[in-house]
Design a protein around this ligand. Sequence first.
Ligand code: AGP
Length: 372
Amino acid sequence: SAAEKGGYDYFMLKEIAEQPKAVADTLLGRIDGSGTLLLDEVRIPPSELREVGKIVIVACGTAFHAGMIAKYAIEHWTRIPCETELASEFRYRDPILDHRTLVIAISQSGETMDTLMALRHAREQGARVLAICNTNGSTIPRESDAVLYTHAGPEVAVASTKAFLTQLVACYLVALYLGQVRGTKWGDEIHSVIQELSAISVQVEQVLGTMEPVRELARSLADKNTVLFLGRHVGFPVALEGALKLKELAYMHAEGFAAGELKHGPIALIEEDLPVVVVVPSPRGRSVLHDKIVSNIQEIRARGARTIVIAEDGDETVVPYADHLIRIPPTPTLLQPLVATVPLQVFACELATARGNEVDQPRNLAKSVTVE
Ligand code: AGP
């Protein structure tokens, strides 16, 4: 009913708008006044966490994209080797697991069969499993050794939005907590990132306040057949997520690429007026990557692409090559997905509406996939 949607036309719009609160709720009570993480609820004792030799993340769809981003954060802050794998592929390749392997299963619903089967396989091989889940008491956390709940509240729209942002927050908390428990050379950085993470919901709110031009742009592209998404580092999974949202909602051909792969094939797809969304990393963090992406934008634009550039406030280098510029607030490199994904959600939702599609219940899809 209209009341359930809180005055919004679709649950998806409501859930996009709820993201600042979902993010803040997921952080609530987990960071103390001095910037120390309090994750005792993760009931794997620190002594065991210090022994972890490898981390494997399993998930599907949007949760898998959160897991891809988590890999960058975990390996950087903890130096524990981490791999992220599609849950549906995991157990069929006879993965190497033992009691020093920590498997992280990410799932909004907690009922996704592929993810459940992957975690059962991992436990049979002696691995510990930590679930990151949004649904209290669902099967995946019940069958795991430990759980860190995301506090997004119920997500009704089939296309995941607020659950994704809170999965990212939970992944950052786990990565930072492992860094804290094990002690790394990044102690100072961990401390400052924790501070910035505690303030990030304000920045998500800020992005939401500037979305009208994105909606306008989406409407102007309603008759296109294809949209490409490019990103690098944590911007790569963001590009994949932008493309997934567009497939699900707008039923358009959409693909995400790692920008560095362009010259290995995908650049052949570029033609006159093809919309290409590019997620630009901060010029402050890993500035080499920033400059490489800026040259990618130049390359595709020279071949006729219509460039839609998502870049940090104050990044002026992209201005000459952006047909459309979407600004996001500055964040630490690894946290950028929390703000960069939001315009892509709004973009997909508006395109779906403009194409007359059912936003909350896209064709052929179910909210939770309980069959393998
Ligand atoms: C996201 O928009 C999708 N509807 C889908 O990819 C989803 O993220 C995936 O099925 C995993 O679901 P889960 O988080 O409930 O396990």
